[in-house]
Ligand binder design. Structure first.
Ligand code: ADP
Length: 398
């Protein structure tokens, strides 16, 4: 069975074609600048080791998807001879609100519900819907499509974890609450951790630490999420590449009044000009920060220290929420690649039974980086949201 996975953004579209028998990626790529001048498709064929760049105008997502489908069936760099080889299409959908607690086969009703959730993710859900409609147009209405939500895994949080201390009617009327994001990644790596430990996930308390451009931590008890650091939007939690994370909410009206900022302007500052980029003044990329800090840049050092400190604070608080922790799992760009951040995020936690082997931590790709006498396993597990989406899709169309 071959599953086509799509992650549609407002002006970009990422895709993978996955062979479910081998779980291998047959083709993958990215459409950039959709609807803007200079549209480009980069298509990779890992089997042949080729990368093809096609620069051609893409007016909209339908154009982009048509180009991708042409690339998949191209006699030169394609990987299938006909679109009929694709059994189903899985879509990453950012927000499923309180409606979706698992992945779902897409119907007219489901599309309407995804649209209803757009108010929570105004940049993402509409793009995801366009992706779904574009597939219908290009491949016909009969191709099964599945929506896999970033928020779904976190729907098991208890009310005391997901409510905010605002007047209750804002929850009732406006559904203002913590939703959490990166759910597909937290679910994938917690499952992989259980496999690695050789224990049923139902018996494990796991803290998953997804550190990338966006970062979040989740507390997973018996395979179910009981708390997570992102909130009503992906702005909450620890500071991130360019996002401020949780701050005293009273700072917002103070800055708005003092600098005469609109809601959009303050939102832009908190989302795009803050985080480790805003603190360091150097970059949102952790490789640049590492380099600058090593060269003595104090603000880059501070940004890294804040990032590690805030990550540690989440790990400690979730250890308490879980009542003990069997494994901490680091994943995503920074979590998989930065030994320094991993070390800083668990430093000084030996009193809690969390002890890293700092030598193992330096070896790239090592899975278990805990010291032999650590009560808690510390693991590094690469995330694979596309594979998780493909697996859910395959399961639902079986
Ligand atoms: P996204 O949230 O966009 O999916 P990723 O999970 O790809 O992000 O993570 C991107 C981040 O990973 C970037 O900030 C980048 O600096 C960081 N990263 C990648 N490689 C390394 C590395 N070798 N050392 C430190 N950070 C790294």
């Amino acid at each position: 069975m071959k599953i086509f996975v799509i992650n549609a953004g407002s002006s970009s579209l990422k895709y993978q074609l996955i062979d479910m028998e081998t779980e291998k990626v047959m083709a993958k790529g990215l459409c950039e600048r959709i609807g803007i001048e200079g549209s480009k498709l980069t298509h990779k064929n890992p089997g042949k080791g080729t990368e093809t760049e096609i620069e051609k105008p893409m007016k909209n997502h339908t154009d982009a998807i048509k180009m991708v489908l042409d690339a998949l069936t191209d006699s030169d760099y394609g990987v299938i001879s006909s679109l009929s080889e694709i059994s189903a299409v899985g879509h990453r959908v950012v927000h499923g609100g309180e409606t979706f607690s698992k992945s779902t086969l897409i119907s007219g009703e489901v599309k309407k519900a995804i649209e209803d959730c757009s108010e929570f993710a105004p940049l993402h859900n509409p793009a995801n819907l366009i992706g779904i409609n574009a597939i219908e147009q290009a491949m016909g209405k009969d191709i099964p499509q599945v929506a896999v939500f970033d928020t779904a895994f976190h729907q098991t949080m208890p009310k005391e974890a997901f409510m905010y201390g605002l007047p209750y009617e804002y929850y009732e009327k406006d559904k203002i609450r913590r939703y959490g994001f990166h759910g597909t990644s937290h679910r994938f790596v917690s499952g992989e951790a259980a496999k690695f430990l050789g224990k049923p996930i139902e018996e494990l308390n796991i803290i998953t630490v997804h550190l990338g451009n966006g970062s979040s931590v989740a507390a997973v008890k018996g395979g179910k999420c009981i708390d997570t650091s992102m909130g009503f939007t992906p702005l909450a939690g620890m500071l991130m590449g360019t996002r401020c994370g949780c701050i005293d909410p009273a700072i917002i009206p103070v800055l708005m009044n003092k600098y005469n900022l609109s809601a959009d302007e303050i939102s832009d500052i908190m989302n795009k000009k803050s985080g480790v980029a805003g603190i360091s003044g150097v970059s949102s990329d952790f490789r640049d920060l590492d380099k600058a800090a090593a060269e003595g840049n104090e603000r880059a050092r501070l940004a890294l220290d804040m990032f590690m400190y805030q990550t540690k604070a989440y790990i400690a608080s979730y250890a308490a929420a879980l009542g003990g922790v069997d494994a901490i799992v680091f994943t995503a760009g920074v979590g998989e690649n930065s030994p320094e951040v991993r070390e800083g995020a668990v430093k000084g936690m030996e009193f809690m039974g969390i002890k890293m082997d700092t030598e193992k931590n330096k070896i790239r790709g090592t899975v278990d980086i805990s010291a032999a006498d650590s009560k808690t396993k510390i693991l590094v597990i690469p995330t694979n949201e596309e594979l998780m989406i493909a697996k859910d899709t395959a399961e639902l169309v079986k």
